[in-house]
Write a protein that binds this ligand. Structure first.
Ligand SMILES: [Fe+2]
Ligand SMILES: [Fe+2]
Length: 148
């Protein structure tokens, strides 16, 4: 079984967001596999940086939608994003200074955060978007605010 066992029950029903969540789960799974054979921390640190960049890009997508659609809890949600970015930056820093062994613990932290956030806060904004008619029921694409 993959490290993060992503399946359709975890999809939120917004096409672009589900695609990005799946890509992130895949990136974590790939890293989990690689971490088993990677000999040196420098290589793993590089992969962790790549992971951080992809999650930052995903957070930017969500926050762009919050601004575009006027999501009322945008600030609190964005704070959760910043907290994870800071925690990950700190982990990568500790890894590179050899203060932390690269173990499953690092990826388990990422996995737990990701699953909790996606099925919690991300689900909440998805429901808000759906209740406001911003999601096309058939295509799961976002409907531009002005056209709703
Ligand atoms: Fe998300
Ligand atoms: Fe989020």
């Amino acid at each position: 079984m993959p490290f993060i066992n992503w399946n359709e029950t975890l999809d939120l029903g917004i096409a672009i967001i589900d695609r990005e969540h799946r890509e992130f789960a895949k990136a974590v799974n790939d890293l989990h596999l690689r971490a088993k054979d990677a000999a040196d921390t420098a290589e793993l640190k590089g992969h962790m940086k790549g992971l951080l960049a992809s999650i930052e890009a995903h957070f930017a997508t969500e926050e762009r939608f919050f601004a575009e659609y006027g999501y009322p809890d945008a600030e609190a949600h964005a704070k959760l994003h910043r907290d994870l970015e800071n925690q990950l930056t700190d982990l990568i820093d500790k890894l590179s200074r050899d203060q932390l062994p690269f173990t499953d613990t690092v990826l388990t932290f990422v996995k737990d955060w990701f699953l909790t956030h996606t099925t919690g806060s991300d689900l909440v904004y998805t429901l808000w978007m759906r209740n406001h008619g911003f999601i096309h029921p058939a295509t799961k694409d976002l409907i531009p605010r002005a056209k709703r």
